[in-house]
Design a protein around this ligand. Structure first.
Ligand code: GLN
Length: 493
């Protein structure tokens, strides 16, 4: 019975004492035991701490106290530093890293009363779109194609987060999104995910991939659940100079605004040549749903869209190569010794990083090296400005944009292309919003012909998550996506 809850309905049931936090946490912990040896969505489970926290939550709730998320079981992407709990970034190089400090986002969630059940799997250092680059093994998407037992990818990099939410192992999870890592796995797993405006959530204590793009956000079953989580996660933090000192609105209250009179832009450049017809059809449905709810549909152009992917894969990799220089075997994690300091660095980094991370460090170092800096890095920065301007110009005409989230549904583990550039193409619809710093979300909108979920993406104005969530709520209601994956805690509960 515990598995019919959304985060919002569990919150209400806890407050009314229809269910206790101990019951809710225990039910989810046993679901993890039952299903997660197979799904592999957790890298580290923390059942003892969770049970302890649940008891405390019940004491608070009994007194009519407790924050907005009091007693709610969550999962934390293993990119957020958690005090005294191993934090790996899904990399061998941080295999035994136990942070002495807590990330601001997870501290905020704790402060609101949320209970972490453990640390969730991801692509190594959040680099990827499949969760198959994790040093702790891939994650299985709880969804199956009709009549097939093929193991599907959950998307990435927040694949563990998406799979755990979709399978009912947690009521919500943190994700991070640098170029789509919240939105694409949300789409692949049939859940909702929000990448807030860059600067909305503190990056303090979030292991860095590309600092000018990384942004934390919520992943949960519903738009309301994401609104509730985001409100708890967000906020100014003096420990992150890029976090913005703006009040955090009451996001849940924005859900009922509707879309009457709202101008929704349809960017023509997102109608790419090889867009599968069922994704184009779903996009058309989304347009009709918003229109029927009173929105005005406007065709817009984001002319530099085609430069989004190359710009992202230069800017993000340049920053990654610099951020990952700190993993040298001296200060953190694993060390492989050598005869000299240089040898120690080389041996440690060779053994500690996986192939995709090494590829990105090499490429990133290359585009920053003298002679190539101007041709690649500097040019990418200029194009990034143009991409951002595309959005600002579009928002002179419209309030929000509607696009597909990804160019495909979840594919099988063994269908992952061997050419890394083919994998990068997955991010075609998500990277432009990241480069522009604007907020965006994915809402589950339908199933493809093979029975796996597809999401639609909404992209909003800087710091206007409220309009984004209001439009997302309308889409969600119109789509009435009530399907559940094959592997779900409630099925055998
Ligand atoms: N898939 C993209 C990449 O591989 C995005 C990753 C992310 O957002 N962390 O870089």
């Amino acid at each position: 019975m515990a598995f019919n809850y959304t985060l919002a309905s569990a919150r209400d049931a806890l407050k009314k004492r229809e269910i206790s936090a101990v019951e809710l946490v225990d039910a989810h912990l046993s679901a993890i035991e039952r299903l997660d040896d197979r799904l592999n969505s957790f890298i580290t489970r923390t059942p003892d701490q969770a049970r302890q926290a649940a008891k405390q939550a019940d004491e608070q709730l009994a007194k009519g106290e407790g924050g907005a998320l009091c007693g709610i079981p969550l999962g934390i992407k293993d990119l957020f530093a958690t005090e005294n709990v191993r934090t790996t970034a899904a990399s061998r190089i941080l295999d035994n890293f136990i942070p002495p400090y807590e990330s601001t986002v997870t501290a905020n969630l704790k402060q609101a009363g949320a209970i972490s059940l453990g640390k969730l799997n991801l692509d190594e250092f959040a680099m990827g779109s499949t969760n198959l680059t994790s040093a702790f093994g891939g994650v299985e998407n709880p969804w199956k194609r009709k009549g097939s037992d093929a193991r599907l990818v959950p998307g990435g990099s927040s694949g563990g987060s998406a799979a755990a939410v979709a399978a009912g192992l947690v009521l919500g999870a943190t994700g991070t999104d640098t170029g789509g890592s919240i939105r694409q796995p949300a789409s692949f797993c049939g859940i909702t995910g929000v990448k807030p405006t860059y600067g909305r959530c503190s990056r303090f204590g979030t292991i860095a991939f590309a600092s000018s793009l990384d942004q934390a956000g919520p992943m949960a079953q519903t738009v309301r659940d994401c609104a509730i989580m985001l409100e708890a996660m967000a906020g100014f933090d003096p420990k992150d100079s890029t976090s913005v000192n703006k009040d955090v609105p009451h996001y849940e209250a924005a859900l009922d605004r509707g879309v009457k009179g709202l101008k929704v832009g349809i960017p023509k450049e997102y109608r790419i040549d090889n867009l599968p017809s069922e994704i184009a059809a779903l996009w058309d449905n989304g347009i009709v749903w918003l229109k029927d709810a009173g929105a005005e549909i406007v065709d817009v152009s984001l002319p530099h869209t085609k430069y989004g992917l190359p710009t992202y894969y230069i800017a993000a990799l340049a920053e990654a190569s610099s951020n990952l220089a700190r993993y040298d075997g001296v200060r953190y994690g694993e060390r492989v010794s050598g005869k000299s300091l240089d040898e120690l660095y080389e041996a440690t980094r060779s053994a500690g990083f996986g192939d995709e991370v090494k590829r990105r460090i090499l490429l990133g170092t290359h585009v920053l090296s003298s002679g190539y800096y101007d041709a690649y890095y500097l040019r990418a920065q200029k194009v990034r400005t143009l991409l951002r301007r595309d959005f600002l110009q579009a928002y002179e005409k419209v309030d929000v944009l509607l696009t597909p989230t990804a160019p495909s549904g979840a594919f099988a583990w063994d269908e992952k292309p061997t050419d890394p550039v083919q994998v990068y193409l997955n991010d075609v619809f998500t990277v432009p919003a990241s480069l522009a710093g604007v907020p965006a979300m994915s809402v589950p909108a339908g199933l493809d012909s093979q029975g796996v979920p597809l999401g639609l993406q909404l992209i909003g104005r800087h710091f206007d998550e409220e309009t984004l969530l209001a439009a997302g709520f309308v889409l969600e209601q119109a789509a009435s996506f009530t399907h559940r994956p094959t592997l779900h805690a409630g099925v055998s509960a």
